[in-house]
Write a protein that binds this ligand. Structure first.
Ligand code: BV8
Ligand code: ZN
Length: 249
């Protein structure tokens, strides 16, 4: 089934050809066509009874660390079972063709890096990394089939995924680099994100306030839609390859 052809305004095409500094912020929507559920999609099976925002919190880990550990183990397996899609690869192509391209992601699925993206800022961490909840020591190995949450070899603390939970601060270096990139770009793309979670959702506005042109690529309207300069509604895996072809093909 061929992609729905997209109409890109000519002025946007020429603007993109003339703009050296591009930034793209991505969310769960960019991984949807790889077969990963978005945060909005209801969870399935054992996890259907839990809201992601509830499980992704220090309170939930405090309350039931094994439940939260197993949820991330389940998501890690889900990520292992999928591959980047054409949306991820199109962003790799843009990085090759533009002198300054920064990819800021809220996704913890590592698919951007897996696709070959280099300059990636992970605002909310990465599910492939595991660290001690107490002494922050990272570990590559842990046994997943124990009755309880694996422990840190240094301080015997509980291990946890190296992701940012609700109520936790973002990694300072990643956030500062993201804010700097947003404030100094010519064009800011918001791709596959509902634009609800802060501070990530403020980056598009930070860019706009510095005169950048904001382009939203999303399957449905978001709070950013009325404020964006260009809106291309649809699937990022169908739109981004066509955009690369139209602008840099
Ligand atoms: C913090 C990692 C300091 C874990 C995640 C100001 C106002 C209100 C609230 C707050 C505020 N400041 C802080 C808060 C609290 C909170 C927050 O924003 N709450 C929200 C719910 C209102 N923020 C925090 O807690 C942050 N920390 O601020 O620390 C602090 C501390 C205390 C108090 C104050 C300040 C930490 C936030 C990070 C949490 N961790 N992930 C994990 O993954 O398990 S957030 C997680 O959810 C994702 O990373 C992502 O950010 C978010 C999900 O959003 P999306 O990725 O956009 O996905 P979603 O499913 O919602 O939407 C998908 C979109 O794609 C849809 O629009 C859909 O239409 C579209 N789509 C679908 N398919 C496609 C598609 N588009 C294109 N193509 C397709 N094929
Ligand atoms: Zn430790």
């Amino acid at each position: 089934m061929s992609d729905r052809p997209i109409e890109l305004p000519l002025e946007l095409v020429s603007l993109l050809r003339a703009s050296p500094r591009l930034v793209a912020l991505t969310g769960a929507g960019v991984s949807q066509e790889s077969g990963l559920r978005t945060f909005r999609d209801a969870q399935t099976g054992l996890w259907a009874q839990y809201k992601p925002t509830e499980l992704a919190s220090p309170e939930a880990f405090q309350r039931d660390p094994k439940l939260v550990w197993d949820w991330y183990a389940w998501r890690r397996e889900a990520v292992k079972g999928v591959r980047p899609n054409r949306g991820h690869y199109a962003l790799v192509e843009i990085e090759k063709r533009v002198s300054h391209f920064t990819l800021i992601t809220q996704n913890v699925d590592n698919l951007h890096r897996f696709a070959g993206s280099q300059n990636v800022l992970e605002l909310h961490g990465n599910i492939q990394r595991v660290r001690c909840a107490d002494c922050y020591t990272f570990t590559e190995t842990w046994d997943d089939d124990s009755e309880s949450v694996p422990r840190c070899k240094v301080c015997d603390g509980l291990l946890r995924p190296d992701v940012v939970w609700f109520g936790e601060s973002l990694p300072r270096d990643q956030l500062e680099a993201a804010v700097t990139a947003a404030r100094s770009c010519d064009v800011f793309f918001s791709i596959g994100t509902s634009g609800v979670v802060q501070p990530a959702a403020s980056l598009a506005f930070a860019a706009r306030n510095r005169g950048a042109v904001v382009v939203e690529i999303n399957a449905e309207p978001t709070p950013l839609t009325p404020k964006a300069d260009y809106v291309v509604q649809g699937k990022s895996g169908e739109i981004l390859p066509q955009l690369v072809e139209a602008v840099w093909g």
